[in-house]
Design a protein around this ligand. Structure first.
Ligand code: SF4
Length: 470
C-alpha cells in the first residue's frame, strides 16, 4: 500500500507538500510537519512546458519519502499516460494526481490547422484509462469549488460526479480563500453515493503572490479585490508583521479544514525549509483552538464582516449566450434516425464495413463530406470519434482544450480560460437544464480520442469501430 493511500484510508490527517521546480535539483525530504505526516508532491508542467518529469524529480529524493506524482494532460495523449504509468510503477510509485492542466505557456491555440492544434488529455478520460489498465495505481483528481455563477459551478459539480463514477480515490481542491466553498463541496462529497477523501489546497498568500496571480490571471484562482487590498495594507503597515499574518492565515485554514473533516492539505508555496518552519510555528499557535475560535480569528485576520468579501465582482460575469433548444432537438432526432435506429445500423454496417472506405480517395471524400456538413453547424474538426450525442450537440472541439467530459478549472464567471469566449460547458449546462438532460452530463463517461483516429470519418468509424485502447 502506498503511503498516501495508507494515510487517507486510516483517516490520518496529512500534508502534501507541492514541489514546483523547473530544473532537476536536490530536494530535501520531509517526513513530518507540525506532527503531521508529509507526502511530497511533484508538480507537472507548472513552471514551464518543459519542466523535468515528476518521476525524474521523485527519483532524486530518498526512497523512504512518501511521494505523490502529478500528471498533466497538457499536449499529451493516452500513449504518454501509458508510458508515465509504466515508468511510475517501475519506480514503485503508485500515487498519482490526474490533471487536465492549465493552458500551455507556449500554446498554439488559434492555429488554423486543427491537425497541429495542441491537444489535452482530459482528467476524466485519463482516470478511465488508468483504472482500466493499472488498477493498482491510487488516483486523485482535482476540483475547483470557487465558482460563482450557477452554470460554471454546476458544470464543475457534474464533472466531479463523473470523476467519482470513473473511480477517483481522492480529490484535491483548487487553491482558494473563500472557505464556504470548501465546506459546501465537502458536504456534497459526504452526501454522495461514492464519498472519497477530500484534501484542500492551501498556500501562504503574500501580497506579492496575490498580485502576481491577479495580474497574470492564473487559471482558476480567485483573489478578491478585498483580499488583495487587505494584503497590501498589511504589507504597507509592517512587513514582518504582515508575514506573520500570512502564515497565521494558512495555519488557520489548515486547522479549520481539519475540524471540518477534510482528509488533508495540499500545501503550495512552502517548498523551502524556512517557509516550512514559519508554517509549523504558526500551526503550533492554533493547534488546540476550537473550530469557532479558528473561524473567528480567520475572519479577524481577513477583515471579514459581511461574509462575501472573498467573492469576485459578479458584474464582471461573461455575457451568457443561450444554446438553441431547437437545434439540439433537430440534431438529436437526426442522430437517432441516421445512427442509432435498427435500420440505420443495418444499412450503415452493410455500407461502411467495407475496406473501400478505409483508405484512398473514398476515405478522403467521406471525410470531406462529413466535415462540410458538420463544421458550419457544430464546429466539427473531424476528430474521428463523434461525441455530439453525449455532449448535447455542443462539439467538444469548440473548447480550446477539446474537453468533452466537462469544464477545466480555469473558468472565471463563465469566461473561458482562453478569455475569448464563454466556456462551452457553461452553455451546455444551461441547455441541459432547459431540456432536462443533466444526467447525460453526470453519467456519460467519454473516453479520449486517440491521435491515430483523428482526421478519419466518424461516420465510417461509428459503424465500423476501430480497435482502440479503451
Ligand atoms: S471552454 Fe471551458 S473547459 Fe474549455 S478551455 Fe475554456 S474554460 Fe476550459
Amino acid at each position: 500500500m502506498s503511503a498516501l493511500s495508507h494515510y487517507l484510508q486510516q483517516q490520518q490527517f496529512c500534508l502534501v507538500l507541492e514541489q514546483i521546480v523547473s530544473k532537476r535539483t536536490e530536494l530535501p525530504p520531509i517526513s513530518t510537519l507540525a506532527g503531521l505526516p508529509c507526502v511530497m508532491a511533484f508538480a507537472d508542467r507548472v513552471h514551464a512546458d518543459d519542466d523535468p518529469s515528476p518521476i525524474t524529480l521523485a527519483q532524486s529524493v530518498s526512497p523512504e519519502q512518501a511521494k505523490l506524482l502529478h500528471f498533466s494532460g497538457k499536449a499529451r495523449d493516452v500513449k504518454d499516460l501509458q508510458q508515465f504509468v509504466e515508468q511510475a510503477k517501475q519506480q514503485n510509485l503508485h500515487d498519482v494526481l490526474l490533471l487536465t492542466g492549465d493552458k500551455l505557456k507556449q500554446h498554439n491555440f488559434g492555429h488554423t490547422d486543427p491537425r497541429q492544434r495542441t491537444r489535452y488529455l482530459e482528467s476524466v478520460s485519463a482516470l478511465m484509462w488508468v483504472k482500466a489498465h493499472a488498477p493498482e495505481m491510487y488516483c486523485g483528481v482535482a476540483f475547483n469549488p470557487f465558482k460563482y455563477t450557477e452554470s460554471e459551478e454546476q458544470a464543475q459539480y457534474l464533472k466531479f460526479e463523473k470523476k467519482q463514477r470513473a473511480g477517483a480515490d481522492f480529490v484535491i481542491t483548487q487553491l482558494g480563500y473563500d472557505l464556504n466553498k470548501i465546506l459546501k463541496f465537502k458536504q456534497f462529497v459526504d452526501a454522495s453515493a461514492q464519498p472519497c477523501p477530500v484534501l484542500a489546497c492551501v498556500m501562504p498568500l503574500t501580497y506579492r503572490r496575490a498580485k502576481f496571480m491577479v495580474k497574470q490571471q492564473v487559471a482558476g484562482i480567485e483573489i478578491s479585490r478585498h483580499l488583495l487590498q487587505h494584503l497590501k495594507a498589511e504589507l504597507q503597515e509592517n512587513a514582518a508583521w504582515a508575514e506573520q499574518r500570512v502564515y497565521a492565515r494558512a495555519a488557520l485554514q489548515i486547522w479549520i479544514y481539519r475540524h471540518w473533516g477534510l482528509a488533508g492539505i495540499h500545501v503550495s508555496g512552502c517548498q523551502n525549509p524556512e517557509q516550512q518552519a514559519l508554517l509549523e510555528q504558526a500551526m503550533a499557535q492554533y493547534q488546540t483552538w476550537t473550530l469557532e475560535q479558528c473561524l473567528m480569528e480567520w475572519n479577524r485576520l481577513c477583515k471579514i464582516v459581511r461574509g462575501d468579501e472573498m467573492q469576485p465582482d459578479l458584474s464582471a460575469a461573461y455575457p451568457q449566450r443561450q444554446a438553441s433548444v431547437l437545434k439540439y432537438q433537430v440534431l438529436q432526432v437526426t442522430h437517432d434516425w441516421l445512427f442509432d435506429s435498427t435500420l440505420a445500423q443495418k444499412i450503415g454496417r452493410f455500407v461502411f464495413q467495407r475496406q473501400f472506405w478505409q483508405q484512398g480517395l473514398a476515405a478522403k471524400s467521406i471525410l470531406a463530406v462529413e466535415h462540410a456538413s458538420k463544421h458550419a453547424v457544430v464546429g466539427c474538426e473531424s476528430c474521428g470519434q463523434c461525441r455530439l450525442a453525449e455532449t448535447l450537440y455542443i462539439c467538444p472541439e469548440t473548447c480550446p482544450k477539446g474537453l468533452a467530459n466537462g469544464p477545466c478549472g480555469g473558468t472565471r464567471l463563465d469566461r473561458c480560460e482562453f478569455a475569448d469566449r464563454e466556456c462551452i460547458h457553461s452553455q451546455k449546462y444551461r441547455l441541459a437544464k432547459q431540456v432536462r438532460q443533466q444526467d447525460i452530463l453526470r453519467y456519460e463517461l467519454i473516453p479520449a480520442v486517440p491521435v491515430e483516429i483523428r482526421q478519419t470519418s466518424s461516420w465510417v468509424n461509428w459503424f465500423n469501430p476501430k480497435v482502440i485502447d479503451f
